[in-house]
Design a protein around this ligand. Structure first.
Ligand SMILES: Nc1ncnc2c1ncn2[C@@H]1O[C@H](COP(=O)(O)OP(=O)(O)O)[C@@H](O)[C@H]1O
Ligand SMILES: O=C(OP(=O)(O)O)[C@H](O)COP(=O)(O)O
Length: 405
């Protein structure tokens, strides 16, 4: 079976359509610091509005504990969505119950309501299928059809992502279609040389993707927090840098297999070491066989790839025909450790081919560093989701829409 797309729902004028978006945006003191996911949701929403549907948007934000928590309210998102759509968006203070029902009942054709954070209800993320289905049934009462467009959550088995799709006529929105189109090109017939750049801090989460990618890629560039597990595995002293010791055997096996397959795993030759995790820490660029040879010795933290490594990574990226990048090369949030990530991002913009950025933090990083979305072939709205897709895993939120991997 293939993905059910919007056209399969038929004319939507006058129908009440629930749209499951991923509006999980970063917030600082209640202010949205990167509205990329809201913008990415606009094409589907505008299509439904223009088609005369009554649009009920639902989403999660952060990981509240199944109960209301003001820090995770979607209220600031409702305001941003209204600005971007150029029309009022009614905000309902609950996802189900009277507040939601009233907001939905008041909608005219082409109107939009956003309901409060789905995860304020324990039923959304419950592992108990019955609890989840009961919540999904309450959601289903609010509409006649479901458009699922939250690509960032398709790897989650949650009420609004999977259970709800079984209760209403359902289809994927255009964001999910666009994401799959690009990710499919990365998995089915990537033009070679195909380079994957990995970094970030979720080391063990991401090592699994290497297992699947090794037979498919030409080159793997390893930066970010995960590089230190590789360096340690090769016998280097790494000071107090991020390390997942139990992953050392895994990493050694990858290095062996890469050699056998003729895949090049490029590890840094230099690293920016720091006296502490702060923007005013003392720093020193060190070759990888002398990471502890600074005044801060074994207390030093490796927080970015060094300039020689950044130049090599950039050259490899630029000379590739297909590039996928997940995970910042360093702690880009702090200016002294942003250069590696900036060099990687810049090189991706210069690829003569397909360059894809995947991951919440990687996407936020390129925008924070001043790059325009259009400079890249594609910026995926899902970090975990895009990696699981590349790993070839079954994604429950896509299967609920008819997709078969
Ligand atoms: N050397 C490093 N040590 C510690 N943290 C790092 C290092 N390099 C990058 N990071 C951090 O990794 C985080 C992003 O990691 P991750 O969540 O895995 O990426 P993504 O969301 O793009 O998948 C950033 O906040 C960045 O500061
Ligand atoms: O931010 C998200 O994922 P990502 O950080 O992997 O891109 C999605 O909104 C999913 O959120 P979750 O990981 O809390 O289920």
């Amino acid at each position: 079976m293939t993905l059910r797309t919007l056209d399969t729902l038929g004319p939507l004028a006058g129908r009440t359509v629930i749209v499951r978006c991923d509006l999980n945006v970063p917030l600082k003191d209640g202010v949205i610091t990167d509205d990329g996911r809201v913008r990415a949701s606009l094409p589907t929403l505008n299509r439904l509005i223009d088609g005369g549907a009554r649009v009920v948007v639902v989403s999660h934000l952060g990981r509240p504990d199944g109960a209301p928590d003001a820090r995770y309210s979607l209220a600031p998102v409702a305001q941003r969505l209204s600005e971007l759509l150029g029309k009022p968006v009614t905000f309902a203070s609950d996802t189900v119950g009277a507040a939601a029902q009233e907001a939905v009942a008041a909608l005219e054709d082409g109107d939009v309501a956003l309901l409060e954070n789905l995860r304020f209800n324990a039923g959304e993320t419950s592992k108990d299928v019955e609890v989840r289905s009961a919540f999904a049934a309450q959601l289903a009462e609010l509409g006649d059809a479901l458009v699922s467009d939250g690509f960032g959550v398709v790897h989650r088995e949650q009420a609004s992502v999977t259970d709800l799709a079984a209760l209403l006529p359902s289809a994927a929105g255009t964001l999910i279609e666009a994401e799959l189109d690009v990710l499919d090109r990365l998995t089915s017939s990537p033009e070679k040389p195909y380079t994957v750049v990995l970094g970030g801090s979720k080391v063990s989460d991401k090592l699994g993707v290497i297992d699947h990618l090794l037979p498919r890629v030409s080159t793997l560039l390893i930066g970010g927090g995960m590089l230190f597990t590789f360096l340690k595995a090769q016998g280097h002293a790494i000071g107090s840098s991020l390390l997942e010791e139990d992953q050392i055997p895994v990493v050694l096996e990858y290095l062996e297999r890469a050699k056998a397959l003729g895949v090049e795993i490029v590890l840094p030759t230099d690293v920016v070491m720091a006296s502490g995790f702060s923007a005013d820490a003392e720093t020193a660029v060190q070759p990888v066989d002398a990471l502890e040879d600074t005044s801060f010795g074994a207390k030093g933290l490796g927080l970015d790839i060094g300039p020689a490594t950044a130049a090599v990574f950039a050259e490899r990226i630029r000379s590739s025909k297909t590039v996928f990048w997940n995970g910042p090369a360093g702690v880009f949030e702090l200016a002294p450790f942003a250069a590696g990530t900036k060099a990687v991002a810049q090189a991706l913009t210069e690829v003569d081919g397909l360059a894809v950025v995947g991951g919440g933090d990687s996407a936020a990083a390129v925008r924070a560093l001043g790059f325009a979305d259009e400079a890249f072939g594609h910026i995926s709205t899902g970090g975990g989701a895009s990696l699981e897709f590349l790993e070839g895993k079954a994604l429950p939120g896509l299967e609920a829409l008819g997709w078969e991997a």
